[in-house]
Write a protein that binds this ligand. Structure first.
Ligand SMILES: NC(=O)c1ccc[n+]([C@@H]2O[C@H](COP(=O)([O-])OP(=O)(O)OC[C@H]3O[C@@H](n4cnc5c(N)ncnc54)[C@H](O)[C@@H]3O)[C@@H](O)[C@H]2O)c1
Length: 321
């Protein structure tokens, strides 16, 4: 019998890649998504979409009755600035909505492995060594990061007290086809669209800030690996957390150059004043995921940015046709 997966946020950017991969591996895939930013067109054929909020009784009932082997939880309010402007809205979805799902897993009594989409970009802060290892101190600088870290504590609690099988994957900056310009690696989508319109690329400050750009297909493979790996028991009071990135820092200027060269573009690059408080360096160490999940990223930045650009170019041609 095929393994059963529930993907929350499966109509979104990363969740649709996770759903594609699970389907290709023979999983039965159900999706819960309220379509607040996700799109029906992202839902792969073969998956069943349930339009519901993760905080709703409908979503809880689905989890309780679904006998899922794996719950890939990606649905979230992903906009860091929105979390700053409205922390209650952010917490209602990202903390309380997640608790609704965890309580449903607990009530189901089914041994569902819960794989939570956490963040490496928004919980470590600026005062850690890069590439950052999982055990380094956390210093989230936004309600979004605080909510993700809070859920990690809940995952540790549910594992310890209720015996749930929980894992947190801390993604770095994820990019790829179908990405949303408001997400943590939104700059890739923004640059692609500007190149397509022949508009200059804006970099803030000197453009030397670094990020760790990981391709969405590689993040989907990390979810599959986390779904299937035999994992060690979590340490006392600890969640099983794995960084999912590349371990490579790329500056905004390098990213712009990679996209321009793939696209054969020569649009200008303009400097705008540095944004106060912007994190200067962010990059995760991925040795733990390599060791325990048997996962490593496969896509190079050159190929990944080219595929992403081609996706936006097709969309652009469709939009202007
Ligand atoms: N994109 C990145 O670089 C990045 C980095 C780190 C972590 N993450 C995490 O990965 C996950 C997926 O992010 P993404 O970039 O694919 O974003 P996305 O906005 O494309 O996907 C999120 C999906 O969740 C759905 N959703 C939002 N609120 C919901 C709710 N209350 N109930 C049901 N569905 C809801 C949206 O409609 C959307 O389809 C998120 O948890 C995000 O925090 C993303």
């Amino acid at each position: 019998m095929s393994r059963r997966a529930l993907v929350t946020g499966g109509a979104g950017f990363i969740g649709s890649h996770v759903s594609d991969l699970l389907l290709s591996r023979g999983y039965h895939v159900d999706i819960v998504d309220n379509l607040s930013s996700g799109k029906r067109e992202n839902v792969p054929a073969g998956a069943t979409l349930h339009v519901a909020d993760i905080g709703s009784p409908e979503a809880a009932a689905l989890v309780r009755g679904g006998s899922y082997d794996v719950l890939c939880h990606l649905a979230a309010q992903i906009d860091v600035r929105k979390s700053v402007n409205d922390p209650m809205f952010d917490a209602t979805i990202n903390i309380v909505g997640t608790l609704n799902l965890l309580e449903a897993v607990r009530a189901s009594g089914h041994p569902t492995r819960v794989i939570f989409s956490s963040t490496g970009g928004a919980i470590y802060g600026d005062f850690v060594t890069v590439p950052t290892v999982e055990s380094m101190p956390k210093d989230p600088e936004s309600p979004y990061g605080i909510a993700k870290l809070s859920v990690e504590y809940y995952l540790g609690y549910y594992a310890r007290i209720h015996g749930l099988d929980t894992v947190a994957l801390r993604y770095s900056n994820v990019y790829g086809p179908r990405q949303d310009p408001h997400g943590e690696a939104g700059v890739v989508a923004i640059f692609c669209n500007r190149i397509l319109k022949g508009e200059a690329l804006t970099v803030f400050g000197a453009g030397l800030q670094t990020r760790d750009y990981v391709y969405a297909g590689d993040v989907a493979r990390a979810n599959l690996a986390a779904a299937e790996a035999q994992l060690p028991k979590p340490a006392q009071l600890d969640v099983r957390a794995y960084n999912v990135g590349t371990g490579v820092q790329t500056s905004v200027l390098e990213l712009a150059a990679a996209l321009q060269s793939g696209a054969g573009s020569t649009v200008a690059v303009h400097n705008a004043p540095a944004r106060p408080g912007e994190q200067q360096r962010s990059c995760v160490n991925i040795e733990k995921a390599q060791r325990e999940l048997g996962w490593r990223p496969e896509m190079s930045l050159a190929d990944g940015t080219l595929r992403t650009f081609e996706f936006f170019a097709r969309k652009h041609r469709g939009d202007s046709a």
